[in-house]
Design a protein around this ligand. Structure first.
Ligand code: ZN
Ligand code: ZN
Ligand code: FE
Length: 745
């Protein structure tokens, strides 16, 4: 017999971890105790050495799927305490109520089997779920999490469900949303006028979809609009009715094999698609069949995640457009009445049900990178699960940015990032933002003692933070945008100390009041210095440039001394440029991408932010060419002088070089430029770790090349893993910075 003291670090509370441990302890005939600690759990066990070792080996393999085991420390000893049984000890942290709330989980294999089994009492029941799957976050009204505090409170359990719920051997033991056709919610199908239809709701919806109609379908965190994928006319109708410009539509495929018919799917992408979190995964299209859904080389694909989705697909629908039901920039619709009212004239039918959605939660969006997900949007399936941080972050609320708004709430070593919120300039989106902040504070029992926001004085998130700081008498730390990005990537990788930060995005308020976005910083959470940037670009007409990148192209050509007579509105642009009015300067990498994409004729007018950059990436061919890189130094700040590059692009374009080759050479040049900036930063600071953050690093071409190029020079390169590189992920950095910069009491 031996005794072992085990510390398990990570996210192991409130995820069914203790019942799991209990089962394992019984299985290996061990005895001892378990208690929660601030960083995980502590176990003390006694038993035969081989049994103890097998118990340890099982931990990472058999742990509940939501558990995140970061580290296990085991210390063996011969001094026995002669435990007789297994005890769950209460601890200090327990009293503080540290219960995590599960994200919504895609239907599991067991439930799917029952759904398809004619002899099962839940055969074809659209709300089948169990302890391992089903709705969670989106149906919770309040804590502690039990049925009475969810949307299921209006559906009292029937005796059969109640028996399952109380049977420890049953796989629905303590499954709060458990229900069946006798006691649970039901679906119904309404026509375009909102009248309930005769017959089977799901069959009616399937028929409408097959006929080319647009059907609103209630999902987990909101409504989708669904229609056939294979008919460009149907997609056009949906675009017109939804007033959705050129943004790509996501597709839901019946299974991975269906996805393979339209996309290339690697084994790691297949794994992501089928994960219980069921994100939308960006996949490379096969051929041009889906060009009417996505104009670039990729399409977002997800697999069904609710039993209702599976029933809609049946075994004869392969894929459907599945796009969030919202109008322009408003939040996703989630209430039946709201959908019927606002989608009238858009949807030809409504597949709804009477289980209310409490909290909006959009689909998550990512692509596969080195075997894991690389987020463009971290939302359903992940939220409200925390990311752990390597230092105590107190109780802090970080208010994020504005256009891709998010917030983070910290509780010591846990940080809870919000779901996708959207653009705060929309009033309903802003209201939802404020509502979600309060909801998170209640769910996780956090009263912020410290606030953080962006340095931008006009962001609505800044206004929100300033008002709360004033009302509640709390300290507020205003964090420079790119410093926050850098810190977010540091925290994402549990880095402390100082690093080199390459932060590339569209725009962010600089400490000098101008717009930044192609930055090379050095520093840590407490402070930073700006060592690299771009030669500023005058934005002709200010914000107008994001829709009209030709304006940027004009500014680039003029600065480079090139001819501009090919540009239609040249005279107008010149006038604005000369007047200097409404021509703010920007060092935004996104703007350089816009300008070059317009120059190459990839995209002259954009209907959404970043479109030029996305299409430029899509246009790039395999080409190893590059343009010259030069810098102009202002003290310790080295600015990438892109003028020579612009001249060279113009020259090669005239010589007939293909656009795809020029697009590749442009991005290769940026890689060279970044490496040179980092080498210079290393010379000045001695730092060898580089973090990559900012929306420009959603570019796959850069992400495939830049880390390798930096590693070749001996740098250790870190990119985002748990939150998005774009503005949505930045509130994580604000949390850490605020804790380092907070005024001393
Ligand atoms: Zn299940
Ligand atoms: Zn029941
Ligand atoms: Fe940003």
């Amino acid at each position: 017999m031996e005794r072992v003291l085990i510390h398990i670090h990570g996210i192991v509370q409130g995820v069914g971890f203790r019942p799991f441990i209990h089962k394992q302890v019984l299985h290996y005939a061990l005895a001892g105790s378990i208690k929660n600690t601030s960083s995980g759990v502590e176990l003390e066990l006694e038993g035969e050495r081989p049994e103890l070792e097998r118990f340890l080996a099982d931990l990472p393999v058999k742990a509940p799927k939501l558990a995140v085991i970061e580290r296990v420390e085991a210390e063996f000893s011969n001094e026995l305490k002669h435990f007789r049984d297994f005890q769950i000890l209460s601890s200090r942290t327990e009293a503080q109520r540290n219960t995590l709330i599960s994200p919504d989980i895609g239907i599991c294999e067991d439930c799917l089997r029952e759904l398809r089994d004619p002899s099962d009492r839940r055969y074809r029941y659209p709300f089948i779920n169990c302890t391992n799957c089903g709705p969670r976050f989106t149906i919770i009204k309040d804590v502690p999490y039990d049925r009475a505090k969810t949307s299921m409170s209006v559906f009292p359990m029937c005796p059969d469900c109640d028996r399952e719920y109380h049977d420890i051997e049953n796989r629905r033991y303590h499954a709060q949303p458990d229900c069946c056709p006798v006691c649970g919610p039901h679906v119904f199908y309404l026509d375009a006028e909102g009248r309930e239809t005769e017959g089977d709701a799901i069959e009616n919806a399937r028929r409408a979809l097959k006929e080319g109609k647009i059907v609103a379908i209630k999902g987990l965190g909101g409504m989708h609009l669904a229609c056939r994928c294979d008919d460009p006319a149907v997609a056009r109708t949906l675009r017109r009715r939804k007033q959705r410009d050129e943004k790509p539509f996501a597709v839901m495929c019946r299974d991975a094999d269906c996805a393979k018919k339209i996309c290339f799917v690697s084994p790691e992408e297949e794994k992501l698609l089928g994960s219980f979190r069921r994100p939308i995964v960006l996949l490379e299209k096969r051929g041009a069949a889906l060009d009417h859904l996505s104009e670039n080389g990729f399409v977002g694909v997800m697999l069904p995640y609710t039993p209702l989705h599976y029933l809609v697909f049946g075994d004869d629908i392969d894929m459907l457009v599945m796009t969030s039901a919202n109008l322009s920039d408003t939040p996703i619709m989630y209430r039946n009445a709201e959908a019927l009212e606002k989608l009238s004239g858009i949807a030809d039918g409504f597949l709804l049900h009477d289980r209310d959605i409490q909290t909006r939660c959009d689909d998550s969006l990512c692509f596969a990178l080195d075997g894991g997900e690389y987020f463009l949007r971290r939302s359903r399936g992940y939220v409200p699960f925390p990311v752990s941080v390597h230092e105590d972050a107190g109780m802090t609320l970080a208010c994020g940015a504005e256009q891709k708004a998010s917030f983070c709430l910290s509780k010591e070593r846990y940080v809870f990032p919000s779901q996708h919120i959207g653009d705060l300039k929309n009033i309903e989106t802003f209201e939802n933002y404020a509502l979600q902040i309060r909801h998170f504070e209640r769910l996780f029992d956090v009263r912020p003692a410290l606030l953080a926001c962006d340095l931008h004085p006009d962001y609505l998130s800044t206004t929100y933070a300033a008002e709360r700081a004033e009302d509640e008498g709390l300290p507020l730390v205003r964090v420079q945008h790119h410093h926050a990005h850098m810190a977010a990537c540091m925290a994402d990788n549990a880095l402390s100390g100082e690093v080199v930060g390459l932060v590339w995005d569209g725009t962010g308020y600089g400490t000098d009041g101008t717009s930044w976005g192609g930055e090379c910083l050095v520093g840590g959470y407490a402070d930073f210095r700006r060592l690299g940037s771009l030669l500023p670009i005058p934005l002709i007409g200010g914000d107008a440039v994001t829709k009209e990148p030709l304006r940027v192209a004009y500014a680039l050509l003029r600065a480079a001394g090139e001819r501009t007579d090919g540009i239609a509105d040249a005279a107008v642009y010149e006038k604005i440029l000369q007047s200097g009015l409404n021509c703010p300067l920007s060092t935004g990498m996104g703007r350089l991408f816009d300008g070059v994409s317009a120059l190459l004729g990839v995209k002259e007018r954009c209907s959404y932010e970043g479109q030029g950059a996305v299409l430029l990436e899509a246009a790039a061919m395999a080409d190893e060419g590059r343009f010259p890189v030069s810098f102009s130094e202002e003290g310790e700040l080295a600015r990438f002088d892109w003028r020579e590059m612009i001249c060279e692009i113009v020259r090669q374009q005239k010589a007939g070089t293909e656009r795809g080759a020029l697009a590749a050479r442009f991005m290769n040049t940026l890689v060279d430029m970044a490496v040179r900036q980092c080498l210079r930063a290393r010379e000045i600071s001695g730092l060898e770790r580089v973090v990559l953050s900012g929306g420009s690093f959603q570019n796959r071409y850069l992400m495939r090349r830049l880390p390798a190029a930096l590693e070749k020079e001996g740098f250790a390169v870190y990119r985002h893993r748990r939150v998005s590189p774009n503005d949505e992920g930045l509130s994580l950095g604000q949390i850490l910075i605020a804790n380092h910069q907070k005024p001393s009491p």
